[in-house]
Write a protein that binds this ligand. Structure first.
Ligand code: BDR
Ligand code: CA
Length: 308
């Protein structure tokens, strides 16, 4: 049986990969809804981007608008990586309208009504998922697990201490980490192994000439090569979370504990991942540690050629 999921996202160049990978994988993933937050760029761009990607893929999955800012503090975007519009300036045909309703309400209703436990997947700021849980904690009994691209166990990418999604809404992420359900974390150390080099991108583009595959390659071609990773490529962070649900055997994992630095100082938004059980805290996280990179890129090509 495919895993029922809700995908909470902020497209976002690598969010686009995750969304299309989920749509292209119905054997493993039953995509119940897409919920959208402001993150990489404002909600006024992430929402139309999600709608356009869903339409491009010919999917009828409902898309809900969510939070345009974190639980606390001000909204800040990440246009240096994703461009002013979130998709590197690649213009897609506009999608349909968003489904009426608010993301957190939709998450609560869908989880409450689902006959099977739902997996919540978060690849942006944690705000929508946190709001749903804070306002109706009883839904957690029907949440199987929470799979996130977030955090880092060493250094960040938004600040020296903090990864972008974790930094964007640290309080929201703290809600998820302390909710009592297992949280799977694809951190920056994991996603560095999903490094899309120019050679990977050329191979992906050559896999077929269908519109989704070509659009996703056009989008990725706009992403600057990562200085943090010696300019060798640009990491495909977000599709790691979806790939874990499709092919968990591409990953090795470690159970550990993690908590957030919520202080106001320079370490705000840091995820403190206790890989060596130094704190003695109960394990609340399944950390994704290694990725079979070749298997990951093979999976992307195999699935994207299925799309229109
Ligand atoms: C994360 O931040 C965003 O810029 C990406 O879409 C990804 O979700 C990586 O730090
Ligand atoms: Ca994202």
């Amino acid at each position: 049986m495919p895993t029922p999921i809700i995908l909470d996202c902020d497209p976002g160049t690598d969010d686009a990969f995750a969304l299309l990978l989920a749509i292209a994988s119905p054997e493993e993933i039953d995509l119940l809804a897409v919920t959208v937050a402001g993150g990489n760029v404002g909600l006024d761009s992430t929402l139309p981007n999600a709608l356009a990607l869903v339409a491009l893929a010919g999917s009828a999955v409902p898309v809900y608008a969510g939070a345009d800012r974190p639980l606390l503090g001000a909204f800040e975007s990440e246009v240096r990586v994703h461009g002013e519009d979130g998709l590197g300036g690649v213009v897609l045909p506009p999608g349909g309208p968003a489904t009426p309703g608010i993301a957190a309400d939709a998450i609560r209703r869908i989880v409450r009504e689902s006959p099977a436990p739902v997996t919540l997947v978060g690849i942006g700021p944690a705000t929508n998922l946190a709001l749903a849980i804070m306002t109706e904690p009883a839904i957690l009994s029907n949440v199987d697990q929470i799979v996130l691209m977030t955090g880092a166990w060493a250094e960040g990418n938004r600040t020296p201490a903090a990864e972008f999604n974790a930094w964007s809404d640290p309080e929201g992420l703290a809600v998820l980490l302390s909710c009592g359900r297992p949280v799977v974390m694809a951190t920056l150390e994991l996603t560095a192994q999903a490094l899309c080099t120019p050679a990977h991108l050329a191979a992906l583009r050559g896999a077929g000439n269908r519109r989704c595959l070509q659009a996703i390659c056009d989008i990725q071609a706009t992403v600057p090569l990562s200085r943090r990773l010696n300019g060798a490529g640009a990491p495909l962070h977000d599709p790691c979370a979806i790939a874990y649900l499709i092919r968990p055997n591409l990953f090795t994992t470690r159970a550990c504990s993690a908590e957030m630095d919520l202080g106001p100082g320079p370490s705000r938004g840091r995820s403190l991942v206790d890989r060596w059980d130094r704190t003695g805290r109960a394990h609340n996280v399944i950390l994704l540690e290694t990725l079979d990179s070749d298997g990951f890129f093979d999976l992307l090509a195999e699935r994207f050629v299925r799309l229109p």
